[in-house]
Each structure stands twice: as structure tokens, then as C-alpha cells.
Ligand binder design. Structure first.
Ligand code: BGC
Length: 873
């Protein structure tokens, strides 16, 4: 009988309380105060006229696999009431509740019908078209009868995997009713506080133009203690200190990919990344487009002075010493210091106006208190990728170092002079675009500010010695050699751990069938039609997304690994029922996906001797909120929360963090990702990884590698992107996370990258990831890349990925797996000496592979299994 880790008691545990409190403390640190005319923090406020869908129907995080199943969600009303505020607008809130209830019943009826008509295909429809609350009711004079001490309006939006957002009312734009409601409030209240309970960017023009909107707080989505965290922020108990990690544009059409992104041009087969490296502030600054709120922006209840004490070159590093002082008289607060560089643009590849080089956040500073921070970064990190020479190059010339509290409020602190071009790493072009891309180039002067020219002239000039920078040259892998052994006993994992044999020798003893099973997840069925639902394929921990095979437990003592989603916490079934032998009974668990796919089916009989089990996990704030803290320690603490729950429930690999780049605000999964900036994304993913991996036998799975920047047609969209943009923007965060934190695994993405499925792409999965960055873990696919019951691959422009193609590329594990994948791998292996001499006449073989290539994938998976077994015992 498999060991069950779940609790048999439904009672709230001390761990739940502790982790909830920790998440509550982190959340305000990533909430961003966008505007404050003095209404915040609340002073002398006891009663609140509180409107907007987010008051009761607070969004804790988005939908899909990124949603975390929790015991409860503390909504904004509950949070405020427990903090002592009285809500006087319950009539309006009740009305909205009633409308939502009706809409949700109608949705359920529609879905039931869909399942009856389409079977499992209906699941795909739900993913791409999940339930959304109806339009909010209009506020009438009756709702405003009792005048309160303050007016609060909480706008809520949600989105999730499988579908991109739309620039329409109710999504990116405000609805007519929302605008009219603010209008109605402004007739009674001259100061309104607007809170944005959103996972991504929305249009803020209306609020900014409305004089009565006195304060705007981006609450973001803060997990299952959202309401408490917001009350802490509004009351000033834990003041907001977040800064944006993505540019909030004035108009949606200001984003360079606005008109062609995903569904916007009617073509979701091919996405042309003509914006190249000009993503986010790199675009807005270089093309001089004024945003509504710039990258890095965030206010505080207090004010700060940032003074650069010194910029120095220390060996191959640049070190910036900054003193921050809280110059306010009343409130304490934390400030984020950002350092940017502007590289010389008259030499080498074209450069953006500026790029983030490093950052740091102060501790909580009391009024009058100061703190000195050191921000250090490698001079080499200012290099650009030059496709002509297939190298990262520091262009000779003058670099300006800018210090401030947002991308648009910096001052030049120093200039660094490099006398010649210097190659930082010599690589090979590996991921060039498969089509000629018409990349955009600036045809105007970049952003500037009053006094910039004088600052440049007055900047102290430091000299960077080109010889202080080492040039790294990469050697790329050759075809792997077959692993062999002369041991004549059956080698088990215990033998490897005790040193009786080498792991390679164990692998050498595995048959092709065993390795094919090891490199395909444990979910089995005849073909892909029979696989289980996304995110529900684990046999070991109910609600976890998948397992690796259990077939080698007896013969080789190789345990299966349990993989569970993220990124906003650990996604498990909150409650399940098992027979007395500990085998979970399907159809009796509490899990939204499970309930959906069993909709309309009769519930299985509950045996008399069945036992109830509980797995209540914490929903931490979404990744964007975590990044908005600009505090790697806070992100690490969030990872630590998850790691503690992984240990408790027997999960080995967390399918998170997500770290794709916010290229366009309409990506349905941006809430799961950190930033438009790869340095922020990389540092956050590394911190999250550290938090998880400090727990014995727990690892992260950074995802989705790479160019998974949109959701519509996500399994088949072909992302065409330049080598430079892949290296400097879309893969850079992964590179930073791998080099600095070594996550135990990585998930390849659904989409194609320059014509080849990400899961079948050797150049990204082996050349970049392993040869260049030194990744030591294993790679798994995203769920059901080789075929899925949720869509029809035959009507697509591009084919599905291939399980043997995964092996060839270095995508070691296909998840959640099916019998067809195993068969494809077995049939694709060359027989004989593995040298490829055997003909592949067999129908359907797309990727002939050698035994050595299969061994290498099996070896990489087992290396991680061994590490986990050794540290968890
Ligand atoms: C998502 C992944 C997730 C997986 C398992 C997929 O639909 O894209 O991010 O980890 O499901 O639930």
C-alpha cells in the first residue's frame, strides 16, 4: 500500500495558520500604491461604502492549473470587517452576489450539456472559456443612502491558462457600469479609493482622469488571505511597498505587439516577434512612448531620499553604494532602489535606452531613518548578444549608470569607459529565426528628462579594464556514448547510493522498455484519448499533476516522483476518500477539475470503511505580486511556505515557478509570471527555488521554456523570434535561475520555437540549457504535448510534438504520459549497435533515436531521483 501523507483530520492545522500569516505579511510588500492624494492609509475611517466585484468576489489568483485549491478565501469584506471597519453597502453587494449565483448556475448547466455532447473535449472549452462573473449592477441612490467615512471601489479581473485576454470592457477595459459606478460615488464622495484586484495590466485612463479618485492601490491577487492583507495595507498596519515589474501603458495600442499579439490579428498559428529586444520599458524608453505607470514605479505612504554615495569597479563587478532616507514625518516604509545602465549605441548591436542591472530594497525605515545598500552586478552582464559573431559582446565606449526608484525617475551616478569591444562569451548561433523578421527599430530620439545632458557631462568616469573580463568559450555536446557495465548482479538505486555501483551502470542494465517507461510519466491508458485530465494525473497524491513511473520500485528500488502545480501555492485535492487499503477512490475527491470531469456522472458508492483525508494548502500571492516586492528574501519566504507543504504532503517537484516574460498584457497567464524584465524574472525564480529546495527532497520546475508568451492555440502556436531576443529577453531569466539556483527540473513549453516544438528542440534544451548554462536537472514536457483529448490536432497547421523527439532533444520526461508515447519511443530506437545503421522504414517514426540518447534521458531523471531519495531518506 502506498503511503498517504494527507491528514485524517479536517481541523485547521498550526501549519495552515502559520503559513497563512506568513503569506499575509508578504502580500502588502508587493502591492503597488499608484496614486495617493492623502486618502491612504485610512485615518478616522470606521464605515466604508464598499463597491465593486472584488469586495466579496475577491480573486485570490487566476484560473486553470495555476489555481490553488484552498480551504477558504478571505475576501475583502471579511478582511475589512475583521479589521474593525463597517461596510454600509451590503444591499448592492447582495444584489451582485445574487446575479453571480444565477450566472454560475447557468454556466454549470451549459457545461453539463457540453460534457454530454463532447465528452472530454468539453474540458478544453472550459479551460479556454472559464466561468466569469457577470457585469456589476449599477449603484443607485438607494445604495448610497447611508453616507460612510470613506468610499472604496475594488475592480476585479481574472484570467488563466488556455486563453488570452481581450482589450474589451470587462477585461482590459472598464465596463460602462464600472465607470458609471465611480461616477455615482463621486457625486457623494469627493475622495474615492480604487483598488485593483487584478492579475495583469488594465486600462487606468478613466481613474486617472476622474478627480474624485484620490488613491489607487494595485492590490494584485494575494492568495487565500487576500482580504486580511488588503486591510493591513489600507489601514497602514503593513504599508504597501511594491513597485511595478511591468509597464502599464496609457493605451493598450501603445504596446509594440498590440495589433499582432495572439488572436489580435486573427492568426494564432504563427506569432512573429518583430518587437525583438524591445519588450516593456526597453521599448517605451527607446521609442519615447510615455506610459501611464512606468516599469519600477511605486509610491509609499512616506517619502524617501535616494543618495548615491559611490559607484566603483571592483574586479569584474560594478558596485553601487546608495543611502536611502525616510524623509517623511509620520509613516515608516520600504523603498526599492533600481540601477540601470545605458550601453554605448554607436558601436556593435543596437542598444535600448536603458536596461536594469540590479536592485535592492530597504528594510522598514522609520521616519528619519536611513539605510545604506550595496548593489553589485557583473560588468559582463551589460553585454549584448551579437549574432554576427555569435558572441556576447561588451561594446567599447561609455556606459552610463543610472540610480533611482523607477525606470523613469533615475539620475546618472557614473559613467564607465571601456576602451575596446570585449567578447564576454563565445557561443554558436543556435536559435536563429526560421523566417526573415521585420524587426522594429527606433526612428526617433529616446526618452530623456530635464538635466540628463548635464548629468552625463558631470558624471564621474570610471575605467573598466578589458582584461578584467574573462572570455568564456563554450564547447557543445557530441552525440552521447552508450553506458555500459560489467556488473553481473541486478543493480538497484540502493546499490548506487551505497557506492556498490555507479548510476550509469544501473542505467546500462535497463532495457529499452524500462527506459521508455521511465522517460514517460506514470499516467497510462491505451492512447492519448485515455490519459487523465491536465493537472490530475497523479496516482500517488490526489490532485497532484502527475508522477514518474512506479514500475521500477520493486526491481530497482526506484521510487516514483510526485509532481504538483503551482505557482501560487501547492495545488492538491483539498479532500479525498480512500479505501481501507489507502487507495484513493476516484470521483469522491474535492477538486474543481475532478468535479468538472465527473459532472453529470453518478457519484461512486462510498464504502462503509472508507477514510477521509485532507490536504489544505496555502495560496501564496501570485508571481507578479511576489516580483513586485523587489525583495528576493520575500520571494524565497513564499517558496519556503510551499516547500514546507510539499514535505508534509509527499510532493517532490513543484511545477513552478512560471517565469515567462510579460511581452503583452493580454497573455492569459501573465499573473503566473513575474515581469517583463528577464533579470527580475531570473532573480525571483532563483529565490523561489531556494525557498523550496532548502526542504529535503523538494525541487522546483521552472517553466515554460520558452516563448510561451500567449495562450490561444498554445499547443500549436509557432513563435518566430530572433536569436538575440531569445537570448537577451525570453531565455535570459531561465539562464539566471539555472546558473544561480540549479532548480531540480525545468518544463519545456507547448509552443513551437522557430518551427520546432519546444519539447523537441535540441538547441534550446541541450545547447543552451546544458552546454552553455550547465543545467544539472532534468527536463519534462508540459502536459500532453504529444496529443490531447482536449483538441483536435488534425485541423492544426503544425503537428504535435513527438515523444521520441523529446528524447533526441534532451527533454527527458514526457508528462503525464500515455502508452502511445512509450510505444513511440520503443519503436524509434535504433536496434543493433545504436549507431543508427538500422533503417527506419516504419510508418510514423519522426525522430530516430539511439539507445545512448535514451539512456542519457533516463540517467538525468535518475540523478534527480537519487538526489531526492538521498536528501529525503
Ligand atoms: C500547464 C502547466 C501545468 C500542467 C500540469 C498545463 O496545462 O500549462 O503549467 O504545470 O498543466 O497541470
Amino acid at each position: 500500500m502506498a503511503k498517504l501523507y494527507a491528514s485524517k483530520s479536517p481541523e485547521v492545522t498550526a501549519r495552515e495558520r502559520r503559513n497563512g500569516e506568513r503569506a499575509r505579511k508578504i502580500a502588502p510588500q508587493g502591492m503597488v500604491l499608484l496614486k495617493n492624494g492623502g486618502s491612504l492609509p485610512f485615518k478616522n475611517v470606521k464605515t466604508l461604502a464598499a463597491f465593486g466585484s472584488g469586495i466579496r468576489r475577491t480573486i485570490k489568483g487566476g484560473t486553470g492549473s495555476g489555481d490553488v485549491n484552498t480551504r477558504t478565501v478571505v475576501n475583502v469584506q471579511q478582511g475589512l470587517e475583521e479589521a474593525g471597519y463597517t461596510i454600509v453597502s451590503n444591499d448592492w453587494l447582495d444584489l451582485h452576489d445574487k446575479n453571480c449565483q444565477e450566472a454560475s448556475e447557468a454556466f454549470t448547466a451549459r457545461i453539463k450539456k457540453l460534457f454530454e455532447q463532447q465528452g472530454m473535449k468539453a474540458f478544453g472549452e472550459i479551460l479556454s472559456n472559464p466561468y466569469k462573473d457577470p457585469e456589476v449592477p449599477l449603484i443607485t441612490s438607494e445604495h448610497l443612502g447611508t453616507k460612510a467615512d470613506a468610499a472604496l471601489y475594488v475592480i476585479a479581473r481574472t484570467s488563466g491558462e488556455g486563453a488570452d485576454r481581450h482589450p474589451v470592457p470587462g477585461d482590459y477595459e472598464l465596463t460602462e457600469n464600472e465607470k458609471q459606478n465611480i461616477e455615482a460615488l463621486s457625486r457623494v464622495y469627493d475622495k474615492i479609493v480604487v483598488v485593483l484586484n487584478v492579475g495583469g495590466v488594465i486600462d487606468t485612463k478613466y481613474f486617472r482622469a476622474c478627480p474624485a479618485v484620490d488613491a489607487i492601490l494595485l492590490m494584485s491577487q494575494a492568495g487565500n488571505f487576500s482580504g486580511y492583507a488588503l486591510a493591513d495595507a489600507l489601514s497602514g498596519k503593513n504599508s504597501p511597498s511594491g513597485h511595478l515589474t511591468t509597464t502599464w501603458a496609457e493605451n493598450y495600442t501603445d504596446y509594440p505587439s498590440a495589433l499582432t499579439f495572439s488572436h489580435m490579428n486573427g492568426n494564432t498559428d504563427d506569432e512573429y516577434y518583430t518587437d525583438g529586444i524591445y519588450v516593456g520599458y526597453r521599448y517605451f524608453d527607446t521609442f519615447n512612448v510615455t506610459p501611464a505607470y512606468p516599469f519600477g514605479y511605486g509610491l509609499s505612504y512616506t517619502t524617501f531620499d535616494i543618495h548615491t554615495d559611490e559607484v566603483a569597479i571592483n574586479g569584474a563587478d560594478v558596485v553601487v553604494k546608495v543611502t536611502v532616507k525616510n524623509t517623511g514625518a509620520v509613516y515608516s516604509g520600504r523603498e526599492v532602489v533600481q540601477v540601470y545602465y545605458s550601453a554605448p549605441n554607436d558601436n556593435g548591436p543596437e542598444k535600448p535606452y536603458q536596461e536594469l542591472a540590479g536592485f535592492a530594497k530597504t528594510k522598514e525605515l522609520a521616519p528619519g531613518e536611513s539605510q545604506t545598500l550595496l548593489i553589485r552586478f557583473a560588468a559582463a552582464s551589460m553585454a549584448s548578444y551579437c549574432e554576427k559573431y555569435a558572441s556576447y559582446v561588451l561594446s567599447g565606449g561609455r556606459y552610463y549608470i543610472r540610480v533611482g526608484s523607477s525606470s523613469r525617475s533615475t539620475h546618472i551616478a557614473a559613467a564607465i569607459e571601456l576602451s575596446e569591444n570585449k567578447a564576454v562569451s563565445v557561443l554558436q548561433n543556435k536559435v536563429q529565426s526560421d523566417v526573415e523578421l521585420e524587426l522594429i527599430h527606433p526612428d526617433c530620439a529616446p526618452y530623456t528628462y530635464a538635466g540628463e545632458a548635464d548629468e552625463k557631462a558631470a558624471a564621474p568616469v570610471l575605467t573598466l579594464d578589458p582584461d578584467s573580463i574573462q572570455t568564456e568559450t563554450i564547447t557543445y555536446s557530441q552525440a552521447p556514448e552508450e553506458m555500459t557495465t560489467d556488473k553481473d548482479f541486478v543493480i538497484t538505486l540502493d546499490d548506487v547510493i551505497s557506492g556498490k555501483a555507479d548510476l550509469k551502470e544501473l542505467v546500462a542494465q535497463l532495457t529499452i522498455e524500462e527506459m521508455a517507461n521511465l522517460t514517460v510519466g506514470a499516467a497510462r491508458g491505451g492512447g492519448f484519448e485515455a490519459t487523465s485530465t491536465i493537472g490530475l494525473a497523479s496516482n500517488a497524491v490526489p490532485g497532484a499533476a502527475g508522477d514518474t513511473t512506479s514500475m521500477l520500485i520493486e526491481s530497482r528500488h526506484i521510487p516514483n516522483l510526485v509532481l504538483a502545480d503551482g505557482p501560487a501555492g501547492l495545488r492538491l485535492s483539498t479532500h479525498f476518500v480512500a479505501g481501507p487499503d489507502g487507495t484513493p477512490i476516484p470521483g469522491l475527491s474535492e477538486n474543481p477539475f475532478d468535479e468538472l470531469i465527473n459532472m453529470g456522472k453518478e457519484k461512486p458508492q462510498r464504502p462503509d470503511d472508507a477514510v477521509d483525508y485532507y490536504q489544505y494548502c496555502t495560496a501564496i500571492p501570485i508571481a507578479t505580486l511576489l516580483a513586485q516586492t523587489w525583495d528576493p528574501d520575500a520571494v524565497e519566504a513564499a517558496g519556503d511556505i510551499v516547500g514546507s507543504e510539499m514535505e508534509e504532503f509527499g510532493v517532490h517537484l513543484w511545477l513552478a515557478p512560471g517565469m515567462n516574460i510579460h511581452r503583452n498584457p493580454l497573455c492569459g497567464r501573465n499573473f503566473e509570471y513575474y515581469s517583463e524584465d528577464p533579470l527580475v524574472a531570473g532573480i525571483c525564480a532563483a529565490a523561489d527555488t531556494r525557498g523550496v529546495q532548502k526542504h529535503p527532497g523538494c525541487g522546483t520546475t521552472i517553466k515554460h521554456f520558452c516563448l510561451n508568451n500567449s495562450e490561444d492555440n498554445r499547443n500549436f502556436i509557432n513563435a518566430h523570434c530572433s536569436e538575440r531576443a531569445i537570448r537577451e529577453i525570453y531565455a535570459k531569466g531561465f539562464e539566471i535561475a539555472v546558473k544561480t539556483a540549479q532548480p531540480l527540473s525545468l518544463m519545456s513549453s507547448y509552443n513551437l520555437v522557430n518551427g520546432e516544438h519546444a519539447a523537441n528542440k535540441y538547441d534550446t534544451l541541450t545547447s543552451l540549457l546544458r552546454d552553455e548554462w550547465g543545467f544539472e536537472g532534468f527536463v519534462m514536457t508540459d502536459w500532453e504535448t504529444t496529443g490531447s483529448p482536449f483538441h483536435n490536432a488534425s485541423d492544426k497547421k503544425y503537428p504535435t510534438s513527438d515523444a521520441a523527439g523529446c528524447i533526441k532533444a534532451g527533454n527527458d520526461l514526457t508528462e503525464p504520459g500515455n502508452a502511445h508515447d512509450v510505444e513511440v519511443i520503443i519503436r524509434s530506437v535504433c536496434s543493433g549497435d545504436g549507431a543508427g545503421g538500422i533503417q527506419f522504414a516504419e510508418e510514423g517514426i519522426r525522430y530516430p533515436i539511439t539507445k545512448a540518447e535514451l539512456q542519457l534521458c533516463a540517467y538525468r531523471i535518475l540523478k534527480v531521483v537519487k538526489k531526492i531519495v538521498e536528501s529525503r531518506g
